[in-house]
Ligand binder design. Sequence first.
Ligand code: PNS
Length: 165
Amino acid sequence: MRTALVPGSFDPFHNGHLEIVERAARLFESVVVAAMRNPQKGAPLFDFAERKAMIEESTAHLGGVRVVAMTGLVVDLASEVGASAIVKGLRAVSDFENELQMAQLNERLSGIETIFVPTHSAYSFVASRLLREVARFGGDVSAFVPKPVATRLAERFPVGGASRG
Ligand code: PNS
């Protein structure tokens, strides 16, 4: 069985991520989505359990998709789950430099291949960092995230809830 590993911070999981997981699920017999810790980023908005639950709920319509949450190296997880490849979405050239470096390092570390999937143009501007910022200031991001994520974000930051200070 050919398995793809789709790793990311997913803080939060958005429609661009979902589209990549859906496409990976069409290309591979099984897909493991991994919510991971990015050591380059600060404290996450949602903890591992919340991110895992949101991704599970958002991908419940897909067969062969399993969600894990863990710290550690992507290559170690890839070998643990028997992944044939890591799948990453690319939104723009700006994503490419960092992703290329990680793909090359991961290949040298373990021999695993990374497959880049171009994000649909409808999602090329959608980024978790920006969604967190809009939501934090009371903006409505429900058009850009799956329903389970919109619900969690609205609980955390009520829409229209910006305050004067
Ligand atoms: O969604 P992100 O923040 O771009 O995801 C990046 C992630 C989590 C996939 C990356 O930070 C990562 O690979 N973290 C695990 C640690 C690791 O394997 N580092 C070596 C990368 S070459």
